[in-house]
Design a protein around this ligand. Structure first.
Ligand code: M6R
Length: 621
């Protein structure tokens, strides 16, 4: 949510570098964009280019000129509408200080009042502008120019969260600070240039050496050096971390959209997440990062998954898996609720935070709450080195690689891969699954990537169905058991990128209310695969048919019974997926739903990768 980038160094096109970095961060927010820079030889003035709209549009307003330091921002509006005035960077009264900010300053109203009383003039409706004026208050006090000291004093007064980058026209440096919103420093290859970014994707074209800041740390970057200090101004020694993925993995390549590329990457991503963990010869699953003694695993008396959005749906599936395979009572909590509901935690509670980005503010806040209440914590995270990856005591990385499309797809299949592995691992140690049954699961699990590939090969069938259904205003998504979370996920995908209203429901609940909505204008997407609830959902489909509702059914290939129902009926459609063990259908049912959402959005001319009002990582609570 909001992307920050900055550059200082030997190149005299800092502004262009920052614009390029911003375009790689745009999936974090795209309401408005802007940069602030100091021209070479004109160190006494800050130049700002900012406006409403996408980075590439704002860049058109910039005339290239020599600059060797620059900060930039791409915004997801929280306080104040999307407009030129509310776009970052924000300046102080003297126009000597420029600030870009990610996060929310919760006490901005009271700070603004104090600053206004002191004569500061505010021009935007944002909480962020308070920062530039507050820093101005502490800057140049007693004739000592020290930007980092002014920032250190200013941030001590803030409540809320921030990742900031700040420049002054009086000093050749960039200062960054973090509390709750990610800031990563990139170290140039020859240590003669430095970068700042909200995540590693923007750094990839320039460097793979990074230093993620921790909360409370301040980084001071000059052209040929950097220093990190803590809130007491004491130096902090930090290790340089390498970005493990390459530039290509964060590019769209031959695909029309990142989302499509990411959907098609899923067979590989499932394989990568399984690699070394699914042991075919031994018929077991093993997870090194869990670092729990057998006794500890046997003593888990309850699991609580905390997550948001798509990751929450992965957790919901995780609950079914943990309860069936490992026989551990499991709950799933919206991370945004968990922290504020006085959760009951004891030593036997394992709290598992699931997050693609590892930076979702609600999930981080709940993880911290769980730790404070004495829970064991484990993170299932995609982004290496992210806050959740670092703060959870134990961890399982999923190997989805960079996910750029705002609608999460491959991260979901990677997360559920990790959850299958984890429940199988726990089940084996707790002796709640027999060796024979486990071997059967392990063998079928290994076949899943191939089966997903088969669905992707037939993507055109789903495109044709989407071309017929994209014009409806509403959809009901039904699934039961393991496929209930998938119905929720399918409905979320459709809402997010096509803006078609869709509701996911456990199929058995249909008769308790939602059936009232069914008529010829309200189609249903029914997950009707051959598992233990097949007959029940078949009845739901009949009930829909009897009320003249159209439906699309996701069925197991070769299902003759469904075909009988559909005989002579071209109003309703089926999407076939390969046969698998009932436990593994979610991998095969979610992919057609992702494709269906994608093709509907395409047909409606939506911005698939950057849907309106959304941002990739939600770093504010
Ligand atoms: O990075 P996280 O997995 O923590 O993000 C959680 C949600 O914000 C995310 O899944 C969101 O719902 C996506 N837009 C879903 O496509």
């Amino acid at each position: 949510m909001c992307g920050i980038s900055a550059y200082i160094g030997k190149e005299n096109n800092a502004a262009e570098i920052v614009f390029n970095m911003l375009s790689r961060l745009e999936y974090r927010g795209y309401d408005s964009a802007g940069i602030a820079y100091v021209k070479e030889g004109k160190q006494d003035k800050i130049f700002v280019v900012k406006d409403k709209g996408m980075v590439e549009d704002v860049k058109k307003q910039y005339t290239p000129e020599h600059s060797d330091l620059c900060i930039g921002h791409t915004r997801w509006a929280t306080h104040g509408e999307s407009s030129k005035i509310n776009a970052h960077p924000h300046l102080d009264c003297k126009q000597e200080i420029a600030v870009v900010h990610n996060g929310i300053i919760e006490n901005y109203v009271s700070l603004k009042e104090i600053l206004e009383e002191k004569g500061h003039k505010f021009i935007s409706a944002t909480d962020s502008e308070v920062l530039s004026h507050l820093i101005e208050e502490f800057y140049n006090k007693d004739d000592v120019l020290n930007l980092e000291e002014a920032i250190r004093q200013a941030i001590a007064l803030l409540r809320g969260s921030y990742g900031i980058a700040v420049i002054s026209s009086k000093e050749e440096k960039i200062v960054a600070a973090r509390l709750g919103s990610p800031i990563i420093i990139g170290i140039g290859k020859d240590e003669d240039e430095y970068f700042i970014s909200s995540d590693t994707n923007a750094l990839l074209p320039y460097t793979n050496s990074t230093i993620p800041l921790n909360d409370g740390e301040i980084a001071i970057l000059t052209k040929n050096d950097y220093k990190i200090i803590n809130k007491d101004a004491l130096p902090v020694q930090k290790k340089i971390e390498k970005i493990l993925h390459d530039l290509q993995s964060a590019e769209k390549g031959e695909y029309a959209h990142y989302m499509l590329k990411e959907i098609f990457e899923q067979p590989r991503v499932i394989n990568e997440t399984m690699r070394g963990r699914l042991r075919l010869e031994e018929g077991i699953a093993k997870l090194g990062g869990v670092r729990m003694k057998k006794e500890e695993i046997r003593n888990i008396n309850r699991i609580v998954f905390i997550a948001c959005g798509t990751s929450l749906h992965a957790g919901m599936l995780g609950k079914y898996l943990m309860e069936e395979i490992a026989r551990i009572p499991t709950e799933v909590e919206y991370a945004s609720e968990f922290k504020y509901k006085f959760p009951v935690i004891d030593k036997g509670t394992l709290v598992i935070a699931i997050s693609q980005s590892g930076e979702t503010a609600d999930t981080i806040a709940s993880l911290r709450e769980a730790k404070e209440r004495g829970a064991n914590t484990l993170g299932i995270v995609n982004v290496v080195g992210s806050t959740i990856a670092r703060e959870a005591e134990k961890g399982v990385y999923v190997y989805a690689g960079p996910e750029i499309g705002v609608a999460s797809t491959k991260a979901f299949t990677a997360q559920i891969t990790a959850l299958y592995l984890l429940s199988m691992y726990f089940g084996r140690i707790r002796n709640t699954i027999s060796g024979f049954a486990l071997r059967e699961l392990v063998e079928e699990f290994a076949r899943i990537p191939g089966k997903v590939s088969k669905i992707l090969d037939d993507a055109d069938v789903i495109k044709d169905i989407a071309d017929e259904f994209y014009n409806y205003g509403d959809f009901l998504y039904l699934g039961r058991g393991y496929n209930f979370p998938i119905a929720l996920e399918g409905a979320l995908k459709l809402k997010e990128i096509s803006y078609i209203h869709a509701e996911g429901y456990p199929a058995g609940e249909m008769k308790h209310g939602p059936i009232a909505m069914i008529d010829e204008n309200f189609p249903t997407m029914a997950i009707l695969v051959k598992d233990n609830v097949y007959n029940k959902i078949m009845s739901n489909v009949e009930e829909i048919k009897a009320r003249h509702g159209r439906f699309i059914a996701i069925i197991t290939e070769g299902d003759e019974e469904v075909k009988k129902i559909l005989k002579g009926d071209d109003k309703n459609k089926v999407i076939s997926v390969p046969k698998t063990h009932p436990l593994f259908y979610p991998f095969l049912t979610v992919v057609p739903l992702q494709l269906f959402a994608y093709f509907c959005a395409l047909k409606l001319g939506r911005n698939v990768d950057k849907p309106r009002n959304l941002a990739k990582s939600v770093t504010v609570e």
